[in-house]
Design a protein around this ligand. Structure first.
Ligand SMILES: *[C@@H]1O[C@H](CO)[C@@H](O)[C@H](O)[C@H]1NC(C)=O
Ligand SMILES: *[C@@H]1O[C@H](CO)[C@@H](O)[C@H](O)[C@H]1NC(C)=O
Ligand SMILES: *[C@@H]1O[C@H](CO)[C@@H](O)[C@H](O)[C@H]1NC(C)=O
Ligand SMILES: *[C@@H]1O[C@H](CO)[C@@H](O)[C@H](O)[C@H]1NC(C)=O
Length: 276
């Protein structure tokens, strides 16, 4: 008799915990106020809670599914991924997403983790969450969730934690502005590399970084763009680096060359293109 009672107690406890998580996630997505397609992976909430979750999402006009269904057309900017680090399956979900580069812009992420599970934070520290990444970590204290945003100013940089608000039944959002590009403006001196195109003269390699206005008739547009790019780098508190290419690039057999390739291969962060 006692055993049955304990069993019932436990199952209601689990359900209550998941109900709070479901309520929170639905509120979080509602607060985003954007079209959203929710994709979750590795959840261990049980079939019943998962069904409740999908239904609650659907009632709010949000499509939720357990994998990226390739037969459905998604808009990348609408996708929000959900992982629960308290579930072991979510580690693999994060790993898979990382190898598919799904932590970059414009994907959004919501990751749940209970406050007592400190050790699992290491799964997040490894992810390349760069300055345009949009990941919110929700630490769970019973039915209360504390929200922080995570990002790194550079792949080698340390993780920056920015408070985002909390959920106590209502979602309290403390972001001064919602747009990331208005809030993430400090690269803390990390490098950004611009790719420059030389077409007129190789003396440009010498004069351009010196910014000395000599031989301006060679690669004039590249030299003007350089000045603008430098102002942008200063605004972002980035340290400039540069590379030179001899052409913008062509696509041959599916492979790009020139500046486009440098950007694709992450040898450069910024390419400059102009139209005369
Ligand atoms: C998750 O993995 C850890 C370590 O491998 C194990 O101790 C724990 O029982 C697992 N939890 C679940 C819910 O499977
Ligand atoms: C991770 O990727 C593998 C291989 O594509 C797949 O079999 C597995 O189900 C994925 N795991 C999760 C949790 O998404
Ligand atoms: C949640 O927090 C807000 C802001 O601090 C407060 O006004 C509200 O009463 C709280 N709600 C509950 C249910 O505690
Ligand atoms: C500059 O040097 C590179 C590498 O030696 C060469 O391929 C290119 O044709 C030169 N460009 C000009 C404009 O002289």
């Amino acid at each position: 008799m006692l055993a049955i009672f304990v069993l019932i107690m436990m199952s209601t406890l689990v359900t209550a915990k998941d109900a709070a998580a479901i309520d929170f996630v639905i509120n979080f997505i509602g607060n985003e106020n954007k079209p959203s397609d929710l994709v979750y992976g590795g959840l261990c909430w049980g079939k019943h809670a998962e069904l409740n979750f999908v239904k609650a999402a659907k009632d709010k006009g949000v499509r939720a599914s357990g994998s990226l269904n390739t037969r459905v057309a998604y808009h990348e900017q609408d996708i929000i991924f959900l992982a629960d680090l308290d579930c072991n399956g979510s580690h693999e979900f994060l790993y898979n997403a990382s190898s598919k580069h799904l932590f970059r812009f414009p994907y959004r992420w919501l990751v749940l983790l209970s406050s007592t599970n400190e050790a699992k934070l290491m799964y997040l520290w490894r992810i390349p969450l760069l300055i345009t990444s949009d990941l919110v970590l929700a630490r769970r204290y019973g039915d209360f969730f504390e929200l922080v945003e995570l990002h790194k100013p550079a792949p080698s940089g340390s993780m920056i934690t920015t408070p985002r608000g909390f959920f106590n039944g209502s979602l309290i959002d403390i972001r001064p502005q919602k747009e990331l590009y208005r809030r993430r403006r400090n690269l803390m001196g990390h490098h950004l590399t611009m790719a420059n195109i030389i077409q007129d003269s190789n003396t440009t390699k010498y004069y351009l970084p010196r910014d000395d206005r000599l031989q301006l008739h060679h690669d004039a547009v590249a030299k003007v763009c350089w000045v603008f790019a430098k102002v942008a780098f200063e605004l972002l508190n980035a340290t400039p680096r540069y590379t030179f290419s001899y052409r913008f690039g062509y696509k041959v057999n599916g492979q790009w060359s020139g500046m486009v390739r440098d950007i694709g291969d992450n040898k450069a962060d910024l390419g400059k293109r102009y139209k005369l």
